[in-house]
Design a protein around this ligand. Structure first.
Ligand code: SF4
Length: 516
């Protein structure tokens, strides 16, 4: 008897990556490569929509970019402009219907849209729009934006988009393609990244700059929070479509999501991660023989920890990169099979050693526990777990797939963590006595250490996390570490019908700046 087996992966997951290119004869192929470079941002589905100036052509599929598109399929995507989208979907949501770009034909013409992020008032808007007769094709909140654009009474598309976006709340980095224009848009808080590049005479946009590197495109700048960039044959127009709001760049992009070779929010991800490791070493030093990363995401922080502590860095765990998302498990029970498929210890580097095991985050803790056991079974005499971010205590509502409160091991109401009897509660050395709002108690950290079976456990503090990305002005979102959100996590800002109707009838007057 065999069973299909879900591989262990105890991380937050980015929902999506987006890409766009305007006025390039190989638009579809470049979009393919742009998505290929950003495959880490979503592996469930992908799609490309191109424009030949008269028609939009779209192709979407489930799975990895390289599996969905072959030369024949790419050849159907005619034209010199295109957008692409790669998607990570949540449980129960793995249908082709929700793959993007979404294409509609409305009073503003044919438009295609790709969205990275999550709207916090999508459910309320969906109910309202359905009540008014809108028929939804997908369960994705992106379609709310599409319906609001279609229903806007604004005379031109950029004003209709502004009109729609001024009614939604939350995180969105958007690429929108029409027959003759490409839009790149970031929400006023700038939760998710989006950047502009140049490829010869053409413009390109992508979630991360690693897409530009593959194409030999030159990084120009970020799309600013609250900016709508309209790219046409006339050049670039920068449109401010919403009043400014305090910035909330997702700090987790620098901790885990983005590729370390990318620039995100105009700073090097690798550099941030090495800083995280250095600060972690200062905050939680421990006598040890080797620093071992949990590959791949723990590598830059482990390098930083090793450089700062002068404890040698060793690749004591090897990752198998050539596995799919599911596997057939043998009849014979193998303990920690899922983790062993992905990681294998190098006994010669761990045997008899005091090991500092560095990872970027602990979400449920179940995988970390298996890795600690694996390192011990390979002969380590001590295992000290160091995490290059604070405990994740609260879910994300801004475009990241996160478990519920009770599934997060550091959350106060986690169902995974064994409870310590009162008398057994021990304060962890190094846990901040002046913890930021929402930090788990020292007792909670000690409970997690016990659950993991580690000799010690040290998380980076919020203050050091901000330091690592030079966030002196508090421009980064840290809500999953604090439980304090910059927007209402449920819909609280929906305008009433009367106000809505009135506002819909008034065309938004965005500010326009022309760039050459
Ligand atoms: S809650 Fe966490 S994952 Fe979500 S945007 Fe904020 S920092 Fe990023």
């Amino acid at each position: 008897m065999t069973q299909q087996f879900q591989l262990d992966d105890d991380h937050f997951h980015d929902h999506c990556g987006v890409f766009g290119v305007f006025a390039h004869p190989e638009a579809a192929k470049l979009s393919y490569l742009g998505l290929y470079a950003q495959q880490h941002r979503g592996q469930e589905a992908a799609g490309i929509c191109s424009s030949d100036g008269a028609e939009l052509h779209v192709a979407k599929g489930m799975g990895l970019v390289a599996d969905i598109f072959d030369p024949k399929r790419l050849a159907t995507l005619a034209g010199d402009s295109a957008i692409g989208h790669t998607r990570y979907s949540t449980a129960g949501d793995t249908t082709l219907t929700n793959a993007q770009p979404i294409v509609i034909d409305c009073s503003k013409g044919k438009i295609a849209i790709g969205h990275n992020g999550n709207l916090t008032n999508a459910a309320e808007w969906r109910r309202k729009l359905e009540h008014r007769g809108s028929i939804f094709q997908t369960t994705s909140d992106t379609e709310v934006i599409v319906h609001l654009i279609a229903r806007s009474s604004a005379r031109n598309l950029s004003s209709a988009i502004a009109d729609a976006l001024n009614q939604v709340e939350g995180a969105y980095s958007l690429v929108i393609l029409t027959r003759d224009e490409l839009y790149a848009i970031r929400d006023p808080r700038g939760f998710r990244p989006l950047c502009l590049g140049r490829l010869g005479d053409s413009y390109t946009v992508a979630s991360e700059t690693c897409a530009f590197d593959l194409l030999d495109a030159k990084y120009i700048r970020e799309i600013e929070p609250g900016e709508m960039l309209r790219i046409s044959r006339a050049g670039l127009e920068s449109i401010r479509f919403a009043p400014p709001k305090p910035h909330q760049y997702c700090i987790f992009e620098h901790v885990y999501f983005a590729r370390p070779d990318s620039l995100v929010f105009d700073r090097s991800v690798h550099h941030s991660r090495e800083n995280l490791g250095r600060l972690l070493a200062r905050q939680h030093p421990v006598p040890a023989d080797v620093v071992v990363p949990v590959p791949d995401s723990g590598v830059p922080a482990a390098i930083g920890y090793s450089l700062e502590s002068e404890v040698p860095f060793r690749m004591g765990l090897i990752r198998n990169h050539y596995i799919g998302r599911t596997f057939i498990q043998p009849v014979q029970a193998i303990r920690d099979f899922g983790v062993k498929l992905k990681l294998n210890p190098v006994r010669g580097l761990l045997e008899g050693k005091r090991v500092v095991l560095v990872d970027d985050s602990i979400v449920r803790g179940t995988t970390s526990r298996k890795i600690v056991r694996m390192v011990r079974e390979a002969g380590a005499i001590e295992v000290h777990v160091r995490i290059s971010s604070p405990p994740t205590i609260s879910p994300c509502y801004y475009g990241i797939d996160t478990p519920t409160h009770e599934e997060l091991i550091a959350s106060a109401d986690s169902k995974f963590r064994p409870r310590l009897p009162e008398a057994d509660a021990i304060s962890m050395p190094g846990s901040s006595p002046n913890a930021a709002e929402g930090d788990p108690s020292p007792q909670t950290v000690e409970e997690i250490r016990r659950f993991l079976g580690a000799d010690s456990l040290g998380y980076l503090s919020i203050e050091n996390l901000r330091d690592a990305v030079s966030d002196t002005e508090h421009r980064f979102c840290t809500s999953c570490f604090t439980g304090v959100y910059p927007t209402p996590p449920v819909q609280l800002q929906v305008r009433d019908h009367a106000a809505q109707n009135q506002e819909n009838s008034q065309e938004t007057q965005p500010t326009v700046t022309r760039e050459s």
